[in-house]
Design a protein around this ligand. Structure first.
Ligand SMILES: Cc1cc2nc3c(=O)[nH]c(=O)nc-3n(C[C@H](O)[C@H](O)[C@H](O)COP(=O)(O)O)c2cc1C
Length: 191
């Protein structure tokens, strides 16, 4: 199964990237998964209404067209999800290539209430475009004290939640999108 993670910040070394790395490492443990990591720094995306002749919008749509599930991360910026995530969504077509696909959400915020507002708004937008937003988004509060200067997670509970997010997405996809072929189970048992 092909899963995609989307970094919701242009800050490659920021806390959003640090949190997403834990999810990515957990996904990488499964030999059934082909993991595609989308970093907005790698794409030139226009705003709606701008000419998109030299943009990467089509490449991005293609990358996401045949995926089984997507994990979107976002920092909280001014009480909402990041504008780069909105721009990515706006470049995914109308109707969106995300329509019908399962999506899990992860938000980080420096404040003590976490990224609740961002996640609620992002959930609403993702549902609006027809995605299936899985329950149990991860909201990391006080994020500046959760990761050290090298990006290591200092909070075991947060680390566990991030790994659970990855595992819940994998379980959903295995159950609803790409169920294991019975022969696959048999071959595995005989190894
Ligand atoms: C422009 C801007 C707006 C922010 N607004 C909020 C906010 O509304 N609530 C909050 O808790 N943190 C807010 N923060 C803090 C960020 O959520 C926090 O620094 C986060 O780690 C940024 O992640 P990143 O470095 O991976 O982009 C804001 C940060 C910036 C730069």
């Amino acid at each position: 199964m092909k899963l995609v993670t989307i970094l919701g910040s242009l800050n490659k070394d920021g806390s959003c990237a640090n949190a997403l790395k834990i999810v990515q490492s957990e996904l990488a443990l499964s030999d059934r998964i082909e993991l595609v990591k989308i970093d907005p720094n790698d794409f030139n995306l226009p705003f709606p209404g701008q000419s998109d002749s030299n943009s990467d919008a089509k490449n991005l749509q293609q990358l996401l067209s045949d995926v089984s599930g997507i994990i979107i991360s976002t920092p909280e910026y001014h009480g909402s999800f990041s504008s780069i995530i909105k721009l990515i969504i706006e470049n995914l077509g109308f109707p969106s290539v995300l329509s019908g696909k399962p999506i899990s959400l992860l938000g980080v915020a420096s404040g003590s209430i976490g990224a609740i507002k961002s996640l609620e708004q992002l959930r609403s937008v993702c549902s609006h475009i027809g995605a299936i937003v899985l329950p149990g988004p991860v909201s990391i509060a006080n994020v500046r004290s959760v990761f050290d200067i090298n990006g290591n997670c200092l909070d075991k509970k947060v680390e566990r939640r991030l790994k659970t997010l990855a595992n819940e997405m994998m379980s959903y996809v295995e159950k609803h999108v790409c169920p294991k072929h019975p022969l696959e189970e048999q071959v595995r048992d005989n190894l």
